[in-house]
Design a protein. Sequence first.
Lengths: 205, 304
Amino acid sequence: MSKTTQTNTQLFFSGILNENPIFRLALSMCPAVGLSTTVMNGLLLGVAVLFVQVFSSCTISLIRNTIHPRIRIPTYTLTIATWVTVIDLILAAYVPVAYKALGIFIRLIVAFAIITMRLEVFASKNEVWPSFWDGMGMGLGFLLGMTVLGAIREVLGMGTFLGVDLLGFRPMLFFVLPAAGFFTVGFMMAIFNYSEKIYKRRKGG
Amino acid sequence: MKEIIKITLALTISCLIAGTVMGGVFMITARAKQQSEIMNIQQSLFGLLGYNIHHPAPPGVVLLHVYRYIVEDDSGVCSGYLFPVQHGARAEYGFLILNQTGQFVAQFPVADQAEKLINEADRNTAVQTAAGASKIIRYADDMTIVRTGDQRTAYVLMGKFSGFKTFIHALVALNPDFGINGMEITSHEEDPGLGGEIEKEYFKNQFKGKSFEKLQILTVTRDPLPEDYRQYLETQKWQGRKISQADAAVLGEKYRRADIHAISGATISSTCVTQGVKQLVKNFAYRIALLDRAIQENRIPAAF
């Protein structure tokens, strides 16, 4: 992929729908399965990833002409690690509640595939402003995906939503366990693909 | 060759910039982070003693921290206690080393202020300087003695024990007879929805009111939690339709000698917490007796 021809709005929405990191690109499956046990977890991790993605995209886009092509991957990792550390420190200092819930998971963002991938295919080849919108779209797509997964798993597994008791009982307890994350992601992917098919057929016919 | 130098230089510069950014943020946030951690534990501690924003602690109540250290030197392993001492109007800290059977080994004054000793790194340095470089010191745990006037009214133990996967950190409040006044989980990494339920009221409040004698034989039962007991335990959840005080007293009496009901699907976590709390209280009761005796025998003007 060379320089983009899409407008900023298109970039933004493609990250949320057409190229949703979890349901379409199937990247960063590890956190999607492991951490989407509750709405709150999904939301908080989504916000953290959004910030890291946007900041890293902008940084790489700014310095894209000075990066030596042979060492671009170490440079990406270093950039992501810096932003993750900054967010980790700030959360620990000023939002201890969120830090308590996320704890070690924030540090894992360094290894999230989606962020490195966006830096490699997009930010390293485009201007700052499109990179910003691309990062926003991807980050929001991830945030929404995580929140939806979290909602499904929390309601089905624990009968609660955002910690508030909805059902008064637990319909399917195994939904909070890691294995059920795969089922949920799989179902969501199927729904995404199916609705796209229907949409295209309607448009075509 | 030129390429190698270029790459090395580029990477070095990137690392330096990244390091500067991270270091700068750390410098700015370090104090706030430490403060929020201390606040968090302090809040749980006050909550366990029954004080909050609406019911602040009365002025006569004094909290005294006693920090326990493991001290190693050529002669073997000993326990070291760092606690406040009172020299007339001047308050300072003393570091007392006792061997395994509670015999007096050594004593050193520590001149630092209480505020400084809250920070673990500063405290370790202070203790190390006081005890001398020949001894290896390791921080073990922390207990708080609550004094109202001349009476000891409560103890709060801060400890950790192993859970299902990693350590569970907990605060346990005791009355002067070592019965449990309350228990609070400060951090854990149990599975959410299963072992994670240990921090819920219906589990942690089961420990409330267990006497020291009962604690010796306390076990975990897999019987389901009776509904009236659950309502009695979940005081915050049922705040709207509060059960009357008389009812609560009857229920409290009825279940005072009950064993701990395991969380369904998390028997291991439940057992870990029960055994951990038991061990914590047992060890504390033994250690405080040794410490009290040593303080009395050596006429140390301890502040508690």
